[in-house]
Design a protein around this ligand. Structure first.
Ligand code: BES
Ligand code: MN
Ligand code: ZN
Length: 467
């Protein structure tokens, strides 16, 4: 995306103006607009209320220049307003957009690009793409570049989630990760032999029933001026490229969108997409367990017992509770890295959607600072997280019959028992678990996000790492 600055509001075919109920008359009375504009919007009953907008012809301007449409957006939130501008430009197939009366450059640029996102690689119909955004204000190229970087990172995560599972499988996911290598990012991929020698037992078991072999992906970003005091963080992602449920097969309806089950890995890879450009002063490891959970002759079975890298044994009671089995391997490796903190991201449980709905990510942690930090970062970038408890009280639900643990905890508190299961594989590290089962994938348009992969949490994590 080409982003530029100009004090002239009439350089692009679409002009988006942000107003609210308090400032609408002042803004629309500015000299570049038609003297009748305030009267027109008043007659159309447009008052600048949150979530409303109105499209007017170019006569809304004194000198229309290149302008074809004027979009007046009501609201006090620049984030969603910019998203609406980007979304409208997409619907109209418009090549250039100006933003007027927006103040936060990074946010406006990022959300315009996110609203403009389309996933049409498998569709023949095409509309023109948005090529340039003009901010009607003084120059701030640094903030514009940051906004573009962040949006591209999140859109990369969306692309990965949207890709059909026949095209995105563990090996091809790993290839995308290898593509993120740069001066400051190293990427290593473990194949089946290495998974065996490293005792990555959960990843091997879950991946066994598929003709697509599992992989473990390790990305590592090192800041240029790393010292002994540089903080180190581990990000872990669930990378189930398709979740058929295994022998505990899902019904079709529940399986339909299970290509999104690598949404956690998309968060991690989205973040790595931006690190080389943003150069935060923190060391970051990204660990992804990638496997396809299929129902086949060689699938792992109910009653199987897995002995993990940290010595714990797990009895399989449901092969559809596969994410935690793969994440357990990654959390063992992550715990060995001696990080200041570790966060995993996973489309882990349907129960999470039952508990807090499709627009909240559940957060769990053994450390209150990490909860605060996740909440503050999510708030700052307009994402939604909600803390759920991690009580020892429920650990007994996971007690195995012939092993230390079993991989499901019964009907109640499904998201919590899943998180408690994960906690068994975290040793001596501050850790948080983010269940993104709801927000990772949209069945229908929400705010300025089109249906499909959302790249949820990418912005929150980038915000957290930049501090
Ligand atoms: N990938 C699913 C969870 C999921 C469901 C994510 C819907 C996004 C939308 C996970 O692997 C799963 O199947 N979980 C089971 C756990 C159960 C067997 C304990 C579930 O939620 O039903
Ligand atoms: Mn499953
Ligand atoms: Zn799953």
């Amino acid at each position: 995306m080409n982003v530029q600055f100009s004090l002239d509001a009439s350089t692009q075919p679409l002009l988006a103006i942000l107003v609210n109920e308090d400032n609408i008359n002042d803004v629309l009375s500015e000299p570049c607009f038609s003297k009748d504009l305030v009267q027109w919007v008043t007659e159309a009953d447009f008052t600048g209320k949150d979530g409303t907008n109105i499209v007017l012809p170019s006569a809304a301007l004194q000198n229309s220049g290149n302008v074809k449409f004027v979009l007046i957006i009501g609201g006090t939130d620049e984030r969603t307003a910019a998203g609406t501008a980007g979304y409208t430009a997409k619907e109209k197939g418009i090549a250039g957009l100006s933003l007027y009366n927006f103040t936060n450059v990074e946010v406006s640029v990022a959300q315009t690009i996110l609203g403009n996102y389309r996933w049409e690689k498998y569709q023949n119909k095409t509309k023109g793409n948005l090529e340039s955004i003009t901010l009607v204000m003084e120059d701030n190229a640094t903030a514009a570049t940051r906004g573009t970087t962040i949006a591209n990172a999140r859109n990369f995560a969306r692309d990965l989630v949207n890709m059909p599972a026949d095209d995105l499988y563990p090996e091809s996911l790993a290839d995308f990760a290898l593509g993120l290598g740069s001066d400051s990012v190293e990427v290593e991929v473990w194949g089946v032999e290495k998974l065996k020698s490293e005792n990555m037992i959960g990843t091997l078991a879950v991946g066994r029933g598929s003709s697509r072999e599992p992989r473990f992906i390790h990305m590592h970003y090192t800041p240029t001026n790393k010292t002994e005091n540089t903080n180190k963080v581990v990000l872990v992602g669930k990378g189930i490229t398709f979740d058929a449920g295994g022998l505990s097969l899902k019904p079709s309806a529940g399986m339909q969108t299970m290509r999104c089950d690598m949404g956690g890995s998309a968060v991690v890879m989205g973040v790595f997409h931006a690190l080389q450009a943003l150069q935060p002063d923190i060391e970051v490891h990204g660990l992804i367990g990638a496997a396809e959970n299929m129902c086949a002759a060689d699938s792992f079975k109910l009653g199987d017992i897995l002995t993990y890298r940290n010595g714990k044994t797990v009895e399989i009671h449901n092969t559809d509770a596969e994410g935690r089995l793969v994440l357990a391997d990654c959390l063992c490796v992550g715990s060995e890295l001696g990080a200041d903190y570790m966060i995993d991201f996973a489309t882990l449980t349907g129960a999470c959607i039952v508990a807090i709905g499709e627009h909240y990510n559940a957060i769990f942690s053994n450390e209150s600072d990490l909860i605060d930090s996740l909440e503050n970062s999510a708030d700052a970038v307009g994402e939604r997280v909600w803390q759920l408890p991690l009580p020892n009280l429920y650990k007994k639900k996971l007690k195995g019959t012939w092993s230390d643990l079993k991989n499901i905890g019964g009907r109640s508190a499904g998201s919590i028992t899943a998180a408690l299961f994960l906690s068994e594989f975290v040793s001596d590290t501050k850790w948080a678990h983010v269940d993104i089962a709801g927000p990772a994938f949209l069945d229908s348009k929400f705010e300025h996000f089109q249906p499909g992969g959302t790249g949820t949490m990418v912005e929150s994590v980038l915000h957290m790492l930049s501090k």
